[in-house]
Design a binder for this molecule. Structure first.
Ligand SMILES: Cc1cc2nc3c(=O)[nH]c(=O)nc-3n(C[C@H](O)[C@H](O)[C@H](O)COP(=O)(O)OP(=O)(O)OC[C@H]3O[C@@H](n4cnc5c(N)ncnc54)[C@H](O)[C@@H]3O)c2cc1C
Length: 380
């Protein structure tokens, strides 16, 4: 590609990364009148945001994430008003099943803790109720947690809905435009790319598994680790389950699409190559996941898997993201490290970024997501 020369191109905010969090940030910022330029190294939703399981799940969240996840779910239910389309969201409910009395006791303790914090969206269901929700489940299942208003969406289409809405509001998207270096010069950020230099007073680092480099360039060193996550999809089978299913005791995320195919995943980790920008499918691990599915739905024994893939995700050691102003560099917001569950948070993530840029603070409790939580504590 021949680099374009000429004067730096300016806007109010540059967003690095066209995943869900960058795209949603571009939308919410543009909605509030900011002039936004988004830079995407490949094409929007190419990585985790476009290839994930599409689970819109508030169930099972880290306590710190619950307020954000519930606020995001409100936006998911409201997408037609927000974007002019539903982003393919289906409010199917999500069910986490327990296969032993011990697992069910642990789920009961979790729900009691949430209730004590004032959250009532997770509800314990017994074996009979589980069978009413998912009649084909194996009979050894003893109960679970049910969240009625959770659901799922088609990832690529949900991100595209945000992208198109942002573009209608004037946001400029530049695909095939990787940010290379970021520098603060005077009161501006200068972002160098093979297509020239972009400038703006504010910068948003939403580069997913590649965000650590930009954080480090700004002086924020974070222990983010890129990793791969796998999914597989089966041939079409007659419709047998409506909600998304997870399991308390083993990795599982499972849903059937309207066309009959069944998507199987659940945090199945594999290797990722961030330089070549892809994940490596591990078929041995996938086969153990297939075994879980046939344990829970015996009628699926013998079903064909037609495709498997791996996406690249940014993992934090405490498995919650960084959504934070930088404390070392001015007018820089980080939003990365979603640790395998950032799709559901996409709609609210961008809103929080817009609040940090335009108001200097968020209306949601984001202190646990500070970039500084990993900074060494000074000993006097
Ligand atoms: C297989 C899989 C299944 C998952 N299932 C679920 C699920 O069911 N539910 C859920 O909530 N979450 C799920 N997740 C997690 C979720 O997909 C991620 O947490 C979320 O998409 C992260 O979004 P992001 O915008 O931070 O990152 P990304 O989607 O990775 O976007 C970052 C973007 O930045 C771009 N970029 C990188 N470097 C540069 C650069 N130098 N310049 C410009 N752009 C750059 C990348 O090309 C990429 O498009 C899953 C993830 C995977 C991989």
């Amino acid at each position: 590609m021949r680099p374009e020369r000429g004067p730096p191109r300016g806007s109010d905010v540059i967003v690095i990364g066209g995943g869900f969090h960058g795209t949603s940030s571009a939308f919410h910022l543009s909605r509030r009148g900011a002039k936004v330029t988004l830079l995407e190294a490949e094409y929007c939703a190419r990585h985790a945001s476009g290839v994930n399981a599409g689970g819109v799940r508030t169930l099972g969240r880290h306590h710190a994430e619950v307020p954000l996840a519930r606020a995001s779910l409100g936006l998911w239910h409201n997408l037609p008003e927000l974007l002019g389309e539903d982003g393919t969201f289906v409010p199917s409910g999500q069910l986490q099943i327990a296969e032993t009395p011990q697992e069910l006791d642990a789920l009961r303790r979790r729900v009691a803790e949430l209730n004590a914090l004032g959250f009532t969206h997770e509800v314990i269901v017994d074996a009979q109720q589980v069978r009413e929700i998912a009649p084909r489940l194996a009979h050894h299942v003893v109960g679970g947690i049910w969240v009625r208003d959770d659901g799922h969406a088609v990832p690529y289409r949900a991100v595209t809905a945000f992208r198109l809405a942002a573009q209608r509001l004037g946001a400029q998207f530049h695909e095939a435009t990787p940010a290379q270096t970021i520098d603060r010069v005077g009161n501006q950020w200068r972002v160098a790319t093979p297509r020239g230099v972009f400038t703006a007073p504010w910068l948003v680092n939403a580069a997913g598994a590649w965000s650590g480099d930009f954080a480090a360039q700004a002086g924020d060193v974070v222990p983010m680790k890129p990793g791969g996550l796998m999914l597989m999809i089966t041939q079409r089978v007659p419709h047998f389950v409506e909600p998304v299913l997870g399991a308390a005791g083993r990795p599982l995320s499972f849903k059937q699409f309207a066309n009959g195919t069944v998507l199987i995943g659940g945090g199945l980790r594999c290797a990722a190559d961030v330089v070549r920008r892809h994940g490596e499918v591990d078929f041995i691990k996938l086969s153990s996941s297939a075994q879980t599915v046939t344990d829970l739905f015996p009628h699926l024994a013998g079903i064909n898997v037609v495709r498997a893939w791996a996406g690249v995700e940014a993992f934090m050691p405490d498995e919650i993201p960084v959504i934070s102003l930088s404390s070392r560099a001015p007018q820089l917001v980080h939003a990365f490290g979603f640790s395998a569950h950032g799709f559901e948070l996409g709609p609210i993530g961008g809103q929080i970024v817009s609040e940090l840029v335009l108001d200097g603070r968020s209306t949601l409790p984001i202190a646990p997501f500070s970039v500084d939580r990993f900074a060494p504590v000074a000993v006097h």
